[in-house]
Design a protein around this ligand. Structure first.
Ligand code: ADP
Ligand code: ADP
Ligand code: ZN
Length: 215
């Protein structure tokens, strides 16, 4: 099964994508995680991506598409995957569809995790990320067992640079202008489903599992 997660920054795409990946045994592919890993390792790609990410802007399509297509061509993606944070523009979606079509393949479902803007800034300021293993927590809603420390790997948790309120507002504006049109794009293809992202993460997950099992 090939799944796309849509939704505003902070809607809970990553949280749900990890749960889907664990339940169905498919990889969680996050372009944001790939960029952050490159920044951490000081690669050229990381240096280039950071210029955009720090301002809350999208990394250019050319760079992003290449990275994503390379990733989904790897052997572990053969039985499906859950994409989190890609596509974020119509051209990205078109390139992905074309690449899949050439293999006689297609995306099965696009799940929009719906959370209003009012909830987003608060969610983001409470988000804490592990830059070592990619785990995500929330200081109030989803706290780690030990404050400031990753449950999985024991590293220190951080507030991402781009989760500061000023940058979050830019990211929301970018979301509305460049990413939200994908909702119409996948609706037109007949594969868009929406879940309410404002409820507890277990409830959101139950709604997603229901959609996936009834497909
Ligand atoms: P969030 O999960 O909060 O939405 P991500 O980790 O997905 O954030 O993305 C962080 C940043 O990485 C984005 O603001 C953007 O700069 C960059 N990025 C991630 N995915 C893409 C993409 N598909 N296209 C362009 N830029 C991207
Ligand atoms: P995205 O990948 O869409 O940017 P995340 O999955 O990183 O979003 O979630 C954003 C923040 O909100 C994180 O701090 C996460 O722990 C928290 N969060 C995720 N799902 C929920 C939920 N259903 N209720 C409350 N907080 C949540
Ligand atoms: Zn960790």
């Amino acid at each position: 099964m090939k799944i796309i997660m849509l939704g505003a920054p902070g809607a809970g795409k990553g949280t749900q994508a990890k749960m889907i990946a664990a339940k169905y045994g498919i990889p969680h592919v996050s372009t944001g995680d790939i960029f952050r890993a490159n920044i951490k390792n000081g690669t050229e790609l990381g240096k280039e991506a950071k210029k955009y990410m720090d301002q809350g802007l999208l990394v250019p399509d050319e760079l992003t598409v290449k990275i994503l297509l390379d990733r989904v061509a790897q052997a572990d993606c053969a039985n499906g995957y859950v994409l989190d944070g890609f596509p974020r523009t119509i051209p990205q979606a078109e390139v992905l569809d074309k690449a899949l079509a050439e293999l006689g393949d297609a995306i099965d479902i696009a799940i929009d995790v719906d959370v209003p803007d009012e909830n987003i800034v608060k969610r983001m300021s409470g988000r804490r990320a592990c830059l070592n293993c990619g785990a995500t927590y929330h200081v109030e809603h989803i706290p780690p067992r030990k404050e400031g420390i990753c449950d999985n790997c024991g590293q220190a948790l951080v507030l991402r640079d781009d989760d500061k309120p000023e940058t979050v507002l830019n990211r929301l504006a970018v979301y509305h202008s460049q990413t939200q049109p994908l909702i119409d794009y996948y609706t037109a293809k007949g594969i868009l489903k929406t879940v309410d992202g404002t409820v507890d993460m277990e409830e959101v997950f139950a709604a997603i599992v229901e959609l996936l099992e009834n497909k």
